[in-house]
Ligand binder design. Sequence first.
Ligand code: AMP
Ligand code: MN
Ligand code: MN
Ligand code: MN
Length: 283
Amino acid sequence: MVKDEITLMYDLHSHTTASDGGLTPEQLVQRAQRMGVTVLAITDHDSVAGLAAAQAEIQRAGLALCLINGVEISTLWQDMEIHLLGLKLQTGQPLLEHLLAQQRDSRYQRAQLIAARLEKANITNTLPDALEYAAGGAITRAHFARVLLQRGCADSYAGVFKKYLARGKTGYVPPQWCTMAQAITAIHQAQGVAVLAHPGRYKLTAKWLKRLITQFADEGGDGLEVAQCQQAPGERNQLARYAIQSGLMASQGSDFHQPCPWIELGRNLWLPAGVEPVWRDWR
Ligand code: AMP
Ligand code: MN
Ligand code: MN
Ligand code: MN
Protein backbone atom coordinates (compact mmCIF):
# COMPACT_ATOMS: atom_id res chain seq x y z
CA MET A 1 0.00 0.00 0.00
CA VAL A 2 1.27 3.44 -0.89
CA LYS A 3 1.08 5.96 1.92
CA ASP A 4 -0.02 9.49 1.15
CA GLU A 5 2.98 11.77 1.41
CA ILE A 6 2.27 15.21 2.81
CA THR A 7 4.66 17.82 1.45
CA LEU A 8 6.09 19.72 4.37
CA MET A 9 7.22 23.31 4.08
CA TYR A 10 9.92 24.23 6.56
CA ASP A 11 10.74 27.75 7.73
CA LEU A 12 13.23 27.45 10.59
CA HIS A 13 14.09 31.08 11.39
CA SER A 14 11.58 33.73 12.50
CA HIS A 15 11.00 36.44 15.10
CA THR A 16 8.13 37.68 17.27
CA THR A 17 7.54 40.50 19.74
CA ALA A 18 9.46 38.35 22.27
CA SER A 19 12.49 40.04 20.61
CA ASP A 20 12.54 42.40 17.61
CA GLY A 21 9.74 40.92 15.51
CA GLY A 22 6.71 43.01 14.69
CA LEU A 23 4.07 40.29 15.12
CA THR A 24 2.96 38.63 18.32
CA PRO A 25 3.53 34.85 18.52
CA GLU A 26 -0.21 34.40 17.84
CA GLN A 27 -0.10 36.61 14.74
CA LEU A 28 3.09 34.91 13.50
CA VAL A 29 1.70 31.35 13.56
CA GLN A 30 -1.51 32.53 11.85
CA ARG A 31 0.56 34.17 9.11
CA ALA A 32 2.81 31.11 8.75
CA GLN A 33 -0.24 28.95 8.11
CA ARG A 34 -1.58 31.44 5.52
CA MET A 35 1.78 31.38 3.74
CA GLY A 36 1.75 27.59 3.45
CA VAL A 37 4.42 26.88 6.07
CA THR A 38 3.81 23.56 7.83
CA VAL A 39 6.88 23.44 10.10
CA LEU A 40 7.85 26.74 11.73
CA ALA A 41 10.71 27.48 14.12
CA ILE A 42 10.38 30.63 16.20
CA THR A 43 13.91 31.81 16.91
CA ASP A 44 13.82 35.03 18.90
CA HIS A 45 17.04 36.78 19.88
CA ASP A 46 18.25 35.25 23.16
CA SER A 47 14.70 34.39 24.23
CA VAL A 48 12.25 31.49 24.17
CA ALA A 49 9.47 33.61 25.69
CA GLY A 50 7.26 33.58 22.57
CA LEU A 51 7.00 29.80 22.22
CA ALA A 52 4.25 29.00 24.73
CA ALA A 53 1.82 31.58 23.33
CA ALA A 54 2.53 30.38 19.77
CA GLN A 55 1.84 26.75 20.70
CA ALA A 56 -1.33 27.74 22.58
CA GLU A 57 -2.61 29.63 19.51
CA ILE A 58 -1.89 26.64 17.23
CA GLN A 59 -3.99 24.48 19.57
CA ARG A 60 -6.75 27.05 20.05
CA ALA A 61 -7.17 27.74 16.34
CA GLY A 62 -6.52 24.13 15.26
CA LEU A 63 -3.75 25.17 12.85
CA ALA A 64 -2.05 22.52 10.70
CA LEU A 65 1.34 23.81 11.80
CA CYS A 66 4.14 22.12 13.69
CA LEU A 67 6.04 24.50 15.97
CA ILE A 68 9.75 23.91 16.49
CA ASN A 69 11.10 25.44 19.70
CA GLY A 70 13.99 27.65 18.69
CA VAL A 71 16.24 30.53 19.67
CA GLU A 72 18.83 32.78 17.98
CA ILE A 73 21.86 33.32 20.21
CA SER A 74 24.28 36.19 19.60
CA THR A 75 27.90 35.08 20.04
CA LEU A 76 31.32 36.65 19.62
CA TRP A 77 33.90 35.01 17.40
CA GLN A 78 37.15 36.80 16.49
CA ASP A 79 35.51 40.03 17.68
CA MET A 80 32.63 39.56 15.25
CA GLU A 81 28.96 39.05 16.09
CA ILE A 82 27.95 35.59 14.89
CA HIS A 83 24.40 34.29 15.33
CA LEU A 84 23.66 30.66 16.17
CA LEU A 85 20.22 29.10 15.97
CA GLY A 86 19.16 26.45 18.45
CA LEU A 87 16.42 24.28 16.93
CA LYS A 88 14.13 21.61 18.42
CA LEU A 89 15.03 22.58 21.95
CA GLN A 90 13.54 21.25 25.11
CA THR A 91 12.60 24.32 27.09
CA GLY A 92 13.22 24.64 30.81
CA GLN A 93 16.78 23.28 30.61
CA PRO A 94 18.84 25.09 33.26
CA LEU A 95 22.06 25.71 31.30
CA LEU A 96 20.27 27.24 28.31
CA GLU A 97 17.89 29.26 30.49
CA HIS A 98 20.87 30.58 32.46
CA LEU A 99 22.80 31.49 29.31
CA LEU A 100 19.78 33.27 27.79
CA ALA A 101 19.18 35.20 31.02
CA GLN A 102 22.82 36.34 30.94
CA GLN A 103 22.53 37.37 27.32
CA ARG A 104 19.38 39.41 28.02
CA ASP A 105 21.17 41.01 30.94
CA SER A 106 24.02 41.95 28.56
CA ARG A 107 21.42 43.34 26.19
CA TYR A 108 19.96 45.53 28.92
CA GLN A 109 23.38 46.80 29.99
CA ARG A 110 24.33 47.50 26.39
CA ALA A 111 21.01 49.35 25.89
CA GLN A 112 21.90 51.67 28.78
CA LEU A 113 25.28 52.38 27.18
CA ILE A 114 23.72 52.92 23.75
CA ALA A 115 21.36 55.49 25.28
CA ALA A 116 24.30 57.22 26.99
CA ARG A 117 26.20 57.42 23.70
CA LEU A 118 23.18 58.82 21.88
CA GLU A 119 22.78 61.36 24.69
CA LYS A 120 26.24 62.70 23.82
CA ALA A 121 25.00 63.17 20.26
CA ASN A 122 22.10 65.20 21.70
CA ILE A 123 19.52 62.49 21.14
CA THR A 124 18.08 62.44 24.60
CA ASN A 125 16.34 59.91 26.79
CA THR A 126 16.04 57.08 24.26
CA LEU A 127 16.13 54.20 26.75
CA PRO A 128 12.54 54.49 28.03
CA ASP A 129 11.22 54.68 24.46
CA ALA A 130 13.33 51.72 23.31
CA LEU A 131 12.18 49.68 26.32
CA GLU A 132 8.60 50.56 25.49
CA TYR A 133 9.06 49.24 21.95
CA ALA A 134 10.67 46.10 23.37
CA ALA A 135 7.61 45.68 25.62
CA GLY A 136 9.29 43.32 28.04
CA GLY A 137 10.98 41.25 25.29
CA ALA A 138 14.73 41.02 24.64
CA ILE A 139 15.95 44.54 23.82
CA THR A 140 17.87 44.89 20.55
CA ARG A 141 19.35 47.61 18.39
CA ALA A 142 16.23 47.25 16.24
CA HIS A 143 14.22 48.85 19.07
CA PHE A 144 16.58 51.83 19.18
CA ALA A 145 16.27 52.01 15.39
CA ARG A 146 12.51 52.44 15.74
CA VAL A 147 13.00 55.24 18.28
CA LEU A 148 15.50 57.08 16.08
CA LEU A 149 13.32 56.66 13.01
CA GLN A 150 10.28 57.94 14.88
CA ARG A 151 12.31 60.97 15.97
CA GLY A 152 13.30 61.67 12.38
CA CYS A 153 17.05 61.07 12.88
CA ALA A 154 17.22 59.35 9.48
CA ASP A 155 14.70 58.69 6.76
CA SER A 156 14.76 54.89 6.76
CA TYR A 157 15.34 51.99 9.07
CA ALA A 158 18.48 51.00 7.16
CA GLY A 159 19.58 54.64 7.25
CA VAL A 160 19.32 54.71 11.05
CA PHE A 161 21.64 51.70 11.31
CA LYS A 162 24.06 53.18 8.83
CA LYS A 163 24.16 56.53 10.62
CA TYR A 164 23.91 55.54 14.30
CA LEU A 165 23.80 51.86 15.17
CA ALA A 166 26.18 49.99 12.87
CA ARG A 167 29.61 49.06 14.15
CA GLY A 168 31.77 52.14 14.71
CA LYS A 169 28.87 54.63 14.61
CA THR A 170 27.77 57.05 17.38
CA GLY A 171 25.32 54.69 19.08
CA TYR A 172 27.34 51.51 18.67
CA VAL A 173 28.48 49.74 21.80
CA PRO A 174 30.59 46.58 21.52
CA PRO A 175 28.44 43.77 22.90
CA GLN A 176 29.39 41.19 25.52
CA TRP A 177 28.05 37.99 24.03
CA CYS A 178 28.93 34.41 24.91
CA THR A 179 31.30 32.33 22.76
CA MET A 180 30.14 29.96 20.02
CA ALA A 181 31.27 27.02 22.14
CA GLN A 182 29.16 28.17 25.11
CA ALA A 183 26.09 28.56 22.91
CA ILE A 184 26.60 25.15 21.25
CA THR A 185 27.02 23.45 24.65
CA ALA A 186 23.83 25.03 26.01
CA ILE A 187 21.85 24.14 22.85
CA HIS A 188 23.07 20.54 23.04
CA GLN A 189 22.24 20.27 26.72
CA ALA A 190 18.68 21.27 25.77
CA GLN A 191 18.71 18.41 23.17
CA GLY A 192 18.72 20.97 20.35
CA VAL A 193 20.48 21.27 17.02
CA ALA A 194 23.01 24.13 16.66
CA VAL A 195 22.89 25.94 13.30
CA LEU A 196 25.18 28.74 12.08
CA ALA A 197 22.72 31.45 10.98
CA HIS A 198 22.86 33.46 7.72
CA PRO A 199 26.57 32.75 6.95
CA GLY A 200 26.44 35.08 3.97
CA ARG A 201 25.53 38.11 6.04
CA TYR A 202 28.78 38.54 7.98
CA LYS A 203 30.59 40.14 5.03
CA LEU A 204 33.48 37.68 5.37
CA THR A 205 35.95 36.79 2.65
CA ALA A 206 35.78 33.18 1.46
CA LYS A 207 38.87 32.40 3.54
CA TRP A 208 37.36 33.77 6.77
CA LEU A 209 33.96 32.22 6.11
CA LYS A 210 35.61 28.81 5.72
CA ARG A 211 37.53 29.43 8.92
CA LEU A 212 34.30 30.28 10.76
CA ILE A 213 32.46 27.24 9.42
CA THR A 214 35.40 24.94 10.22
CA GLN A 215 35.66 26.19 13.80
CA PHE A 216 31.87 25.97 14.25
CA ALA A 217 31.96 22.33 13.06
CA ASP A 218 35.03 21.56 15.23
CA GLU A 219 33.24 22.94 18.28
CA GLY A 220 30.36 20.53 17.72
CA GLY A 221 28.01 22.67 15.58
CA ASP A 222 25.47 20.63 13.64
CA GLY A 223 24.14 22.64 10.74
CA LEU A 224 24.53 25.57 8.37
CA GLU A 225 21.69 27.87 7.31
CA VAL A 226 22.10 27.25 3.60
CA ALA A 227 18.86 28.73 2.28
CA GLN A 228 17.39 32.13 3.03
CA CYS A 229 14.63 34.11 1.40
CA GLN A 230 16.99 36.61 -0.23
CA GLN A 231 20.51 35.59 -1.21
CA ALA A 232 23.21 36.59 -3.65
CA PRO A 233 23.23 34.44 -6.80
CA GLY A 234 25.31 31.32 -6.23
CA GLU A 235 25.43 31.75 -2.47
CA ARG A 236 23.01 28.92 -1.73
CA ASN A 237 24.97 26.39 -3.80
CA GLN A 238 28.25 27.60 -2.32
CA LEU A 239 26.92 27.20 1.22
CA ALA A 240 25.57 23.75 0.34
CA ARG A 241 29.08 22.75 -0.78
CA TYR A 242 30.58 24.10 2.46
CA ALA A 243 27.99 22.16 4.49
CA ILE A 244 28.85 18.93 2.70
CA GLN A 245 32.61 19.53 2.99
CA SER A 246 32.37 20.27 6.73
CA GLY A 247 30.00 17.43 7.54
CA LEU A 248 27.26 19.86 8.58
CA MET A 249 23.54 19.43 7.96
CA ALA A 250 21.64 22.14 6.07
CA SER A 251 18.83 24.40 7.28
CA GLN A 252 16.53 26.96 5.69
CA GLY A 253 14.75 29.98 7.12
CA SER A 254 13.31 33.34 6.17
CA ASP A 255 14.49 35.32 9.22
CA PHE A 256 11.06 36.96 9.04
CA HIS A 257 10.72 39.98 11.36
CA GLN A 258 7.60 41.78 10.12
CA PRO A 259 5.51 42.03 6.99
CA CYS A 260 7.54 43.74 4.26
CA PRO A 261 7.83 43.42 0.48
CA TRP A 262 11.17 41.58 0.49
CA ILE A 263 10.94 38.88 3.09
CA GLU A 264 8.06 36.54 3.75
CA LEU A 265 7.54 33.39 5.79
CA GLY A 266 8.26 30.31 3.70
CA ARG A 267 9.22 32.26 0.58
CA ASN A 268 11.88 30.82 -1.73
CA LEU A 269 13.07 28.20 0.76
CA TRP A 270 14.53 24.99 -0.66
CA LEU A 271 17.80 23.10 -0.30
CA PRO A 272 20.20 22.17 -3.11
CA ALA A 273 20.59 18.46 -3.85
CA GLY A 274 23.17 16.48 -1.89
CA VAL A 275 22.82 18.12 1.53
CA GLU A 276 21.40 16.50 4.65
CA PRO A 277 18.44 18.55 5.90
CA VAL A 278 18.52 19.30 9.64
CA TRP A 279 15.03 17.79 9.86
CA ARG A 280 16.16 14.41 8.46
CA ASP A 281 15.53 12.60 11.76
CA TRP A 282 12.61 14.71 12.97
CA ARG A 283 9.30 12.94 13.31
P1 AMP B 1 21.22 43.31 18.16
O1 AMP B 1 21.08 41.82 18.25
O2 AMP B 1 20.70 44.01 19.37
O3 AMP B 1 22.58 43.74 17.77
O4 AMP B 1 20.22 43.80 17.03
C1 AMP B 1 20.41 43.33 15.76
C2 AMP B 1 19.08 43.32 15.02
O5 AMP B 1 18.88 44.57 14.39
C3 AMP B 1 19.11 42.30 13.92
O6 AMP B 1 18.60 41.08 14.34
C4 AMP B 1 18.24 42.91 12.85
O7 AMP B 1 16.89 42.59 13.11
C5 AMP B 1 18.43 44.38 13.06
N1 AMP B 1 19.47 44.95 12.17
C6 AMP B 1 20.79 44.92 12.33
N2 AMP B 1 21.42 45.58 11.34
C7 AMP B 1 20.45 46.05 10.53
C8 AMP B 1 20.44 46.84 9.35
N3 AMP B 1 21.55 47.28 8.77
N4 AMP B 1 19.23 47.13 8.81
C9 AMP B 1 18.12 46.71 9.39
N5 AMP B 1 18.07 45.97 10.50
C10 AMP B 1 19.21 45.65 11.08
MN1 MN C 1 16.52 40.81 14.55
MN1 MN D 1 20.60 37.06 12.95
MN1 MN E 1 17.13 36.26 12.98
